[in-house]
Design a protein around this ligand. Structure first.
Ligand SMILES: NC(=O)c1ccc[n+]([C@@H]2O[C@H](COP(=O)([O-])OP(=O)(O)OC[C@H]3O[C@@H](n4cnc5c(N)ncnc54)[C@H](OP(=O)(O)O)[C@@H]3O)[C@@H](O)[C@H]2O)c1
Length: 308
């Protein structure tokens, strides 16, 4: 069975070696050196060029190297085969770690101290307790739930908002549009970990941001298109929001003339919140390859209708 590996961002040879170590019979062909397209039965991909996957007539499954698959399923030529998104312990733990770091940075006022240092200002204030800061996570899936648990372990009160109610020990669950307002109302630090779908595009707009308590902070680690950047800038400039940590952007790399770069209340990271380590993630991929071979449903199979 031949697998085609295609990603502009991932270490192809490392992935090939980790897959082969677990499945020596697997032939891994690194794009664009794919040979006869008819021999390719599996595709392990991140951001393939639109139309590319339609070139493989015997494809059995598409395995995404990323958790977000909105770009993949937006391709109208995508073959009608099962698609699985990436779920792996390294992706999950690095995301939870990033969220904890960003929450702590806002919570302990390091964002304010960084600004004060630039102005040589000694901005003394007593640190608040984690118990005094309510964190709200939009999206309580694989990544949101892990971030919630890590924050709970650091004594932050955590609530989550999802499509369907969740039972995670210690996490207050809000679900559906009717409970969004109540969820936002208590979120002093809002973390977005939603998938990008027709329903969630631009969800971080003026209405949502205005629903947060005065002085709230935003952490967007999901997708840039969740956020209406002008609405965020207005909320920061009015003082309603105290800060933002942004890892993802509508246009990546973020263009040099984007006003977010210069904003004193914004921290920008270049889409690095989490990543899959091939040595850790390969086991789950191989499991899904075996499932595809056996004609079984894939783990973490995407519901194309739902969009995630
Ligand atoms: N910045 C980065 O480096 C990075 C890395 C990896 C992933 N991501 C982003 O993180 C996203 C989440 O990944 P994941 O693996 O945690 O996804 P997931 O397991 O599919 O979880 C998605 C969560 O969002 C909820 N949700 C979906 N649509 C909703 C809606 N309309 N209203 C309310 N809740 C909704 C789901 O609710 P239900 O459970 O009720 O369906 C679920 O709790 C990815 O899609 C990707 O865009 C970013």
């Amino acid at each position: 069975m031949a697998l085609m590996f295609l990603s502009p961002d991932d270490p192809a040879e490392l992935w090939r070696d980790e897959l082969r170590a677990r499945m020596p019979e697997l032939e891994v062909r690194i794009w664009p050196e794919v040979g006869d397209p008819a021999e390719i039965e599996l595709a392990l991909v991140w951001r393939p060029p639109p139309g590319e996957l339609a070139r493989y007539p015997n494809l059995k499954a598409i395995l995404s190297l990323g958790a977000g698959i909105e770009g993949l399923i937006a391709d109208p030529t995508l073959p009608e085969v099962p698609v699985a998104r990436m779920v792996d312990p390294s992706l999950t733990s690095t995301m939870a770690e990033y969220v904890l770091l960003a929450v702590l940075r806002h919570h302990r006022g390091f964002d304010r101290f960084e600004r004060a240092q630039r102005e040589r200002r000694w901005e003394f204030s007593l640190p608040p307790q984690p118990g005094d800061r309510q964190v709200g996570i939009m999206g309580l899936g694989e990544l949101g739930a892990a971030a919630a648990r890590l924050l709970l372990a650091h004594r932050f009160p955590v609530a989550g908002w999802s499509r369907t109610p969740k039972a995670i020990d210690g996490v207050t669950s809000y679900a559906g549009h009717s409970e969004l307002h109540a969820f936002l109302h208590r979120a002093e630090i809002l973390v977005c970990l939603l998938p990008l779908t027709a329903e969630t595009r631009s969800i971080l707009d003026a209405e949502t941001l205005n629903g947060l308590p005065h002085g709230a902070m935003l952490i967007n680690v999901a997708r840039g298109a969740h956020l209406v950047e002008d609405d965020l800038l207005a909320a920061l400039d009015s003082g309603h929001l105290a800060g933002a940590t942004l890892d993802v952007f509508k246009d990546e790399p973020l263009p040099p003339d984007n006003p977010l770069w210069q904003h004193p209340k914004v921290l920008i990271t270049p889409h690095v919140a989490s990543y899959s380590v091939p040595a850790i993630a390969a086991a789950g991929v191989v499991d899904n390859i075996r499932r595809a071979q056996a004609g079984q449903p894939l783990n973490h199979q995407v519901d194309r209708q739902r969009g995630y």
